[in-house]
Design a binder for this molecule. Structure first.
Ligand SMILES: Cc1cc2nc3c(=O)[nH]c(=O)nc-3n(C[C@H](O)[C@H](O)[C@H](O)COP(=O)(O)OP(=O)(O)OC[C@H]3O[C@@H](n4cnc5c(N)ncnc54)[C@H](O)[C@@H]3O)c2cc1C
Length: 423
């Protein structure tokens, strides 16, 4: 009786979610416990796959948001080709798959005690921990750019309110205005993303604000699918998009949010709408858990994606350093499946097999104009390396409805992956 009273007292102090999480963890009947931190493309996939491969596992997914807002296709929201609601997904499907959902944040990871303390006060024990917390903006990397500045010059690199703000600014801009996008150095979330964004904003400007121009200030000299993007810009938006690479003074060294000004070593660019895509790093929980190195990203081995720095903790998705594999939702989903299969093997005392992973990144250049790049990766000398000769990009010259077909493949991919992860 005393125990039950104490339990109820603790549960009410911790909020309504507490009893279900606590009891789910203790009804494992001796089975192993896996905790997954982060219910995005990587984490939600890992949780579901673990449960599918080994139903006896107790799998708890820790995610504070009730609704996940997807970044892929959020550039189409900016161009009014989609509604924000089409980007949003709940966790009913994840729960139906047998995963216990802890609707709260992970606050502290203790890799020695193998526990995760949640912001509602509960503590989860694990045999294996998977972390897929995505990215944080590195607010100290670009002078002048902080959280307050992001309200004036949105990054829109975490989809949601920032995406809506940027779209509103574009809609409020007068025809003839200059839109400036600054793109960071590698590595960052979604390498083709800034150029897809420039393309779709150009698409929208051509229809609604045809006197306007778009300037991309880049901290790099080359970018993903560059020839395909630049060909398409010349064909669809002649004279509208100006791309300034690093070697021509494209690196933004500071911003002034009060005047929407981008400063480079070569000059100042005052924008009517300014989109700063700033440098990024692994989500804070990964950095505080001690799985990130000095780069701000998390080194992992290439078979089970176990941290090089903290045994028993696996890191997947954008937060991890995955060799040649880019930071994409496609990649996070693929890594999650490999990681889940490897954890099942490790918990059974077996050695996981070397994986082969695929990534494909689609980009829209206009509503009915898609391009893509694909890669194949496998462990080689301690990292995930490109398989030479595998993969490739869309051809530079095509006939007929090829680009329209690729745009359809892009939306089928989005529908498939989101149904698989959240449906
Ligand atoms: C504009 C744009 C366009 C893109 N387009 C594409 C595309 O076309 N194709 C593609 O493949 N990829 C695309 N991406 C990239 C894709 O969004 C990311 O690579 C993908 O979301 C990474 O998955 P993840 O699991 O690592 O992180 P996320 O999907 O961001 O998930 C991280 C989750 O962790 C949670 N979390 C963080 N900290 C904690 C904590 N302490 N406790 C509990 N939960 C926590 C967050 O709430 C979040 O739900 C795009 C990105 C952008 C910005």
């Amino acid at each position: 009786m005393a125990t039950r009273r104490r339990f109820l007292k603790l549960a009410s102090a911790a909020g309504l979610a507490a009893p279900s999480i606590a009891s789910a963890q203790s009804t494992g009947g001796g089975s192993s416990r896996v905790v997954v931190v982060g219910g995005g493309f990587g984490g939600a996939t890992a949780a579901r796959t673990l449960k599918m491969l080994e139903p006896k596992l107790t799998v708890t997914l820790v995610e504070p948001n009730r609704i996940f807002t997807a970044c892929p296709f959020s550039n189409s929201v900016l161009a009014n080709l989609r509604e924000m609601s089409q980007q949003q997904f709940g966790y009913d499907g994840v729960v139906k798959a047998g995963v216990t959902l802890a609707q709260t944040s992970a606050e502290v990871v203790d890799g020695t005690a193998k526990t995760v303390t949640l912001s509602d006060g509960n503590k989860l024990s694990y045999d294996r921990l998977v972390m897929s917390p995505g990215i944080d903006i590195n607010w100290r990397a670009l002078p002048g750019y902080d959280e307050a500045a992001a309200e004036k010059m949105p990054h829109a690199w975490k989809a949601g309110a920032q995406t809506v703000l940027l779209r509103q600014q574009l809609q409020d801009m007068e025809d003839g205005g200059l839109v400036v996008i600054s793109a960071p150095a590698n590595p960052f979330r979604c390498p083709p993303g800034p150029y897809e964004r420039a393309s779709l904003i150009a698409y929208w400007l051509t229809i609604w604000k045809p006197k306007s121009k778009l300037l991309i200030l880049d901290s790099k000299d080359a970018f993903s699918k560059q020839a395909l993007f630049q060909n398409a810009w010349a064909q669809l938006y002649p004279g509208l998009i100006d791309w300034v690479p690093l070697s021509k003074g494209g690196k933004v060294t500071s911003v002034d949010p009060s005047t929407l000004t981008f400063v480079t070593d070569f000059g100042r660019h005052k924008a009517a709408v300014g989109n700063v895509i700033p440098p990024q790093m692994a989500g804070v929980i990964a950095r505080e858990a001690g799985v990130a190195d000095r780069t701000g990203w998390c080194p992992v081995e290439p078979v089970a994606f176990e941290s090089i720095l903290q045994p028993g903790i696996h890191v997947i998705g954008d937060a991890a350093i995955m060799g040649g594999m880019p930071k994409s939702a496609f990649a996070a989903n693929a890594q999650a499946k490999v990681c889940a299969a490897a954890i099942v093997e490790l918990l059974a005392g077996r050695k996981p097999v070397d994986p082969i992973l695929i990534n494909t990144c689609y980009s829209l250049v206009a509503a009915d104009y898609g391009i893509s790049i694909a890669g194949v990766y496998r462990p080689d000398k301690g990292v995930l390396a490109d398989v030479p000769g595998a993969g490739g990009a869309s051809p530079l010259t095509v006939v007929g409805g090829f680009r329209g077909q690729e745009a359809l493949y892009a939306s089928s991919w989005f529908n498939t992956i989101t149904a698989e992860v959240f449906g």
